[in-house]
Design a protein around this ligand. Sequence first.
Ligand code: FES
Ligand code: FE
Length: 452
Amino acid sequence: MTRSEQLLDQLTEGLDRGEVPAGIFGDQEIYDRELRSIFGRCWVFLAHESEIEAKGDYVLRKIGEDNFIVVRDEQGEIHVLFDACRHRGVQVCRSDSGNTSHFRCPYHGWTYNTKGDLVGAPLWRNAFGGMPKEGNGLAKAARVRSYHGLIFATLDPSAPELEDYLGGMAWYLDLLFGLNEHGIEIVGAPQRFVIDANWKSGSDNFAGDDYHLGTLHRSVWEIGAFPVPFRENMMGYHIQASPGHSLSFSMAPTEDEPGPKFFGFPEDLAATFDTARISEHQLDIARRSRVMVANVFPNFSILALPMTEDGTNHPPTGVMTIRTWQPHGVGQVEIWNWFCVYKNMTPEQKDRAYRAGLGTFSMGGAFEMDDTEPWITVGRTGRSVAAELLDFQLNYQMGMPGVGIAKEVPDWPGPGIAYWTRYEEGVQRNLYRFYAEMMRVEQGAWPRLTFE
Ligand code: FES
Ligand code: FE
């Protein structure tokens, strides 16, 4: 049996006991398999529509380790094109973003339009005579869909529809991104930084690791950058929205509780939130929520919370970040971090949200710097000889029957399985259970996408 098979066996069996083998964070064979079985098949987040608003706008993004051009064509339609020339496979697009009518390969000059069609090449008649250009365009992702302007693509033609893939998670995306008719947009360019950690550590953390806040982020409370005391912030819900997708809310027990509402968004913005697109339950959850943190399997994370830039500018404001944990080899992850705002916020409110975000959840931000260092050591443990020889299993038992105070909430109004109090790690077990299934299911088949 190969090492990756052994690790996946241990993971599948261990999850029922709350155990995860450390080796999955460091094994090369596991990683190679993830690129095919996870990133080669799942719906992967690439960009927000507001990043490519005009015809000809494009950004260069990744699925797994591979480059894709996300571009809006002359008709306004969005395409996700494999950034490899049909002639010799040379990378065609050399800029992170821009606006263009054509992509021209630097090697021999084959030229593609924004739909990816081959439209010209130097000395075509001499070189290729009557050879048709059709069928020689850039390859495309199997399917592309947007949800609240979030553009996802999959390389697997057998993938379920995006909304079926998101399952219960769609309901929670609606209650964050669909609060008014304007919706969200991205401010600034995405920040990118590479750390020597495994990509799963980011997904694992944003699936609902609230327990680390009081220890790792103590300084954030000490300077007053986050307004909800640690113990109070642990009150809320952990939700397995659907297989693979998990999230967590820090929530006031009642509506009249003092403290931030609607993730700390400005009050005049909150006055535009209504139930035209979402239910009373969704609006109520958003109103009572201080924090929402979520991970859409595999590597797309979302966070909304009240923050100040530096702990001195009160009251805090709502900050929304979306991010991907981009695999970059088994021992590296490139973190892509975008800040979002509601489109109908004033320029001052957008600016404040952006600055508060940069001060906290960015490469130099108070929260981000704390998080990255421990993840580096998780990767080191995962790669270690000792973890292999000692058969080292990590403890993911919090919130299992008889472990801690978390209890399942039978009358939770939303989809999925909910627990009250955030002292709970079922959200992460949900991530790894689906992960293990995706790693093993045959090409063309899919694991169950609902709990029933
Ligand atoms: Fe692109 Fe030859 S490799 S034109
Ligand atoms: Fe953190």
